[in-house]
Design a protein. Structure first.
Length: 185
């Protein structure tokens, strides 16, 4: 996977236990991971806690990280798993706050991202709240974190074809909840 030369060096240093190098990698990708954690947890405080705990787990496991693998989806997956664990342990439904409306990252001329970004924030948040965890996660990874299908496959630990079908099904369920013409892309 292509990545900046300085990231290749940071990965190698972090794999050898360099905490400063890992910190640099974590800073580069933590905003994306935080967005996903926020969508899963539904609260800023829980998302930040999930991010911190996830990054700590990633640091402890980084010695075994495959240097030819992309860092961003690997970190996002760990943080997303931590967010899901926190949500399950709390036993409560996700309640998204108004800050999530500012988070969607549109990536170019993708019709779905544009439609989601143009929706009324309240309607979007309400619709996301009504989706199940799997659907919220796939939508968050694609449209809030801006991951491509390959990165989503790594983050979700599933084949790319599964990513496509899950996203398609999630968008099918989201359409009637937001009352708009969200397409499958």
């Amino acid at each position: 996977m292509d990545r900046p030369d300085d990231e290749v060096e940071l990965v190698e240093r972090a794999r050898r236990g360099d905490a400063v190098a890992f910190g640099d990698l974590a800073r580069r990708h933590s905003a994306t991971a935080l967005r996903v954690a926020y969508i899963i947890c539904g609260s800023s405080a829980e998302a930040e806690d999930a991010l911190q705990e996830g990054l700590l787990k990633a640091y402890r496991a980084f010695g075994g990280f495959r240097s030819d693998s992309p860092v961003r989806p690997w970190l996002v997956r760990i943080v997303a798993n931590e967010a899901r664990n926190r949500r399950r342990a709390a036993g409560r439904r996700v309640r998204l706050a108004e800050r999530a409306a500012a988070l969607p990252a549109t990536t170019g001329a993708e019709p779905d991202a544009t439609v989601l970004a143009d929706l009324d924030a309240g309607a979007l948040l309400d619709a996301l709240r009504r989706l199940d965890e799997r659907d919220r996660t796939v939508v968050a990874l694609r449209y809030f974190a801006g991951l491509n299908e390959a990165e989503m496959a790594v983050a979700m630990d599933c084949p790319a074809g599964t990513v496509k079908s899950r996203l398609s099904r999630a968008l099918t369920r989201l359409r009637p909840l937001v009352g708009s013409e969200v397409s499958d892309g």
